[in-house]
Design a protein around this ligand. Structure first.
Ligand code: ADP
Ligand code: MG
Length: 226
């Protein structure tokens, strides 16, 4: 279990984070600092340890060693939305939280799913399920929002509308976002900072200075809806 340090103006601070599965060292003394409100894309080839890093940041991995400090709450949205199928959408949003239904309704409204509040998860489209997953993350008021390839199973048009939604939510609530993606264009489009995970470490860490307009700078794109 990683030692927890007090955070110093970061939402997450990681030093020497190490995780092995048998002989395979997946995270090898990894260092990383995430500042409040940053929008970071995390790239890396399949199997490089991106999901392992996210699980550690989310506090879901008790086997990881090193120093890990996370201030505030953390929420995760996965590639598969992982809604509980026998609970209606509304009940899924605040599952495990002691929160009033109004908060779930407000979160559903923010992601444009008000009409689907009483639906069963299995009747949702892929895009709707991802919206529900985002609402479930949002209602936890995260200081750090971890998104593990949330768009990769969506068709191209749905993906664009969900991109816009994520940027809207980020702009309104300003959590730090760590978005895992294998799509370099997506990383450059959405993020302020791009990381590449390789050989168990952050092999590349640079700000994005995109010459083209990005979604967040373009109100017309932001108002587009699925
Ligand atoms: P990524 O998300 O970058 O594709 P992962 O973090 O899922 O990579 O996995 C990194 C490596 O760790 C892979 O080689 C994977 O097989 C291995 N791995 C991940 N989770 C486990 C586990 N629970 N048991 C054994 N090996 C695992
Ligand atoms: Mg993964």
């Amino acid at each position: 279990m990683a030692a927890r340090l007090p955070g110093v103006d970061t939402v997450a601070s990681v030093r020497g984070l190490t995780r092995a599965f048998g002989d395979r060292v997946v995270l090898d003394a990894l260092d990383l600092e995430i500042g409040p409100g940053e929008f970071i894309a995390l790239l890396g080839r399949s199997g490089s340890g991106k999901s392992t890093l996210l699980r550690a940041l989310a506090g879901l991995d008790r086997e990881v060693t090193g120093e890990l400090s996370v201030t505030g709450s953390v929420a995760v949205a996965f590639q598969e939305p992982r809604l509980v199928p026998w609970k209606r959408v509304l009940a899924n949003i605040t599952l495990g939280l002691d929160a009033p239904a109004e908060r779930a309704h407000a979160a559903l409204a923010e992601v444009g799913l008000t009409e689907r509040a009483q639906a069963w998860p299995l009747t949702l489209s892929g895009g709707e399920a991802q919206r529900a997953s985002l609402a479930r993350a949002l209602v936890r008021e995260p200081g750090l929002l971890l998104l593990d390839e949330p768009f990769s199973a969506l068709d191209a048009l749905t993906r664009i509308t969900i991109h816009q939604l994520v940027v809207e939510l980020w702009a309104r609530h300003r959590p730090a976002v760590l978005l895992v993606t294998h799509d370099v264009d997506e990383a450059l489009l959405l993020a302020d900072r791009v990381l590449v995970l390789d050989e168990g470490r952050i092999a590349h860490d640079s700000p994005v200075t995109a010459p083209r307009p990005r979604h967040r700078d373009n109100p017309e794109l932001i108002t587009l809806r699925a």
